[in-house]
Design a protein around this ligand. Sequence first.
Ligand code: NDP
Length: 246
Amino acid sequence: MFKDKVVIVTGASRGIGRAIALKFAKLGANIVVNYRNSVEAVEKVKTEIEELGGKALIVQGDVSNFEDAKFIIDRAVEEFGKIDILVNNAGITKDGLLLRMKEDDFDKVINVNLKGAFNCIRHVTPIMMKQRNGKIINISSVIGICGNAGQVNYSAAKAGIIGMTKSTAKELASRGITVNAIAPGYIVTDMTEVLPEKVKKNMESIIPLKRLGKPEDVANLAAFLASDDAAYITGQVINVDGGMVM
Ligand code: NDP
């Protein structure tokens, strides 16, 4: 389905990003695997992609840094000559109640989760415009839609991603580029592993499909949105949340 396509996945060393990278590799794509810190994990992802028959280029870089984002995009073009799909997945949490939230914890989450996506889109856009095709997929969150106590920074960033997705979709549609957002619910990864067992059990009980999500649940939608079957879909936000928010 994606034979010879080039896909950049930011934050692909672990969790949802890793699952998205492996899904595209399984479907024939070559993958640019971005990460920030997890060297061992990212090497493992590269091996897994190669075992699936794909090429993997690891590019270290902090997406919140404008120049690092440029480096990630430049390396992809240098290696593969084009970029078909960009998945803005890299994200962090720094939770805390508003009254106690440090300014730095607000800034860091906005810088990685929102500005990081802007940085990558900003640098990939001239390339996709020249190609007159491209797919951009931004990972938002249901928290950006319905909010959550203790996540003012995170929900602001994820709501920002939704606005940015729609504006970018409108700007780039005439150039053959689609831009969509995925809003996952509760997905089992390192990010959510830190939550108390009681919270997880409670989540399970309120999710209509009665289970927590898997990274692959998100990866399946990313592959669909990047496929020709989704050619007439742009500017949309699609939840992958077991029915949690509707
Ligand atoms: P993980 O914490 O498991 O993985 C985060 C990934 O992002 C890692 O690969 C990490 O790289 C990378 N990363 C973090 N900061 C940066 C940075 N500044 N530059 C480049 N890469 C970075 O998170 P998840 O897989 O759970 O989350 C992935 C995305 O999905 C995030 O945007 C998150 O907000 C979103 N999401 C997750 C949900 C969930 O329930 N898990 C629900 C809704 C949305 P490294 O390890 O090298 O630091």
